[in-house]
Design a binder for this molecule. Sequence first.
Ligand code: SF4
Length: 446
Amino acid sequence: MPRAAFTTLGCKVNQYETQRILESFEDAGFSVVPFDSPADVYVVNTCSVTAVAESKSRYTVRRALRSNPKAKVVVTGCAAQMALNERRAFPEAHLLVPNPEKMRTVEHVLRAFPGLGAGLRPRPRSAKTPGSAWKGRTRATIKIQEGCNVFCSYCSIPFTRPHMVSRPAAEILGEVDRLVQMGYKEVVLSGVLIGAYGPDTGSGGPHFEDLIELMADTPGLERIRISSIEMRHVTFRLMNLMASGLVVPHLHLPLQSGSDGVLRDMNRPYTSREFLDLLDLLRAVVPDLLVTTDVMVGFPTETPERFEESLRTVEQASFLKAHVFRFSPRPGTKADVWGDAVAAEEKQRRSQLLMEVAGRTGEAEAARFLGRSLRVLVEGKCPKTGLMAGLSDNYLEVRFAGPAELARRVCTVAAMEVRDGVVYGELATPGGSSGSSDDLIRVAAL
Ligand code: SF4
């Protein structure tokens, strides 16, 4: 039986798409093997969001060929799309599949390499049979929307995923139902610009908040999480959905820069004050909300003064976590013409400073929950500590002593201590659903 192996670089949308591509290969009769094993075809779902991500994508293609030099290497995703857009070669790849054709990768592979189809026996699955990519996980990512036409000046995504498309609500709800029946407790809604989900881009009906309300009716679904959302898409209605518990109290709001000058040059449609005001409002409506973010350092017009401004904004925003990344010019973008003006060492210094600030605010945010009970979706045993590990609804990493059977269940854990951003606690109610601090029945201690 022909073997296929898969790997993903980049965002949650890519991860979701790889799972679906993998399933289609299984359905066609391929046997799926780990990416570092010999396979007949390797599928690399690439990313081009930074120069580093693009070189990692190319390195991964070469790595695949080392495992089996005779294998076919198929490249899709944003780095493949950039290469196609610019009519550049993608060395060593045998087939480039453009982003809009990504979900039909298996068909393209069988057409391009008919020899691979010789030993295949298609295996139609029932709607409820999980593909191997979905087994054994606690939270499932679902793509609800595709594409972006905002053109932030540093970003290549509008060139690689330009078409704004919302998936039909019925299709999404069917997928959620299937995932819950497979045992998933949490779904993470993802997309390139998910707040733009709506009828004008093909959903055939509901807006983003309507979709969430429809989804919340799925029996057995415990949590709905939003993967990343632009601040202009955070509505009062969304805040109320979080306040009412239909959506978990965690948001990933990309700040990108805390300097107004840089935000303007980035073509980001807000000021640092507006961002901070939104956080104040959100925290007033949803007091247990925790916020994570993305921040860039070394944008070409980020002078030392503007960086200091950005650092101050990040401190005031008090994020739980910040994903700090370094600017690199992306071909075709507006910022490309400014070049790479900030030296690599200076980017490294700024990145370090931002991470230190975010580390401090993260500890302080986590400490707010000491003595409180947290609803934790348990992922399994932490191999380092032997403690059970999971994520609270508001995105705190939590560890506690408890039996292995708690994996994939939602428990209530009393938060006792914060160390290096991780909350250590005591199991209060296995499988419990309470969030108050009065109902703790301690059954295990650290
Ligand atoms: S909103 Fe901006 S950063 Fe996000 S995908 Fe669109 S262009 Fe890129």
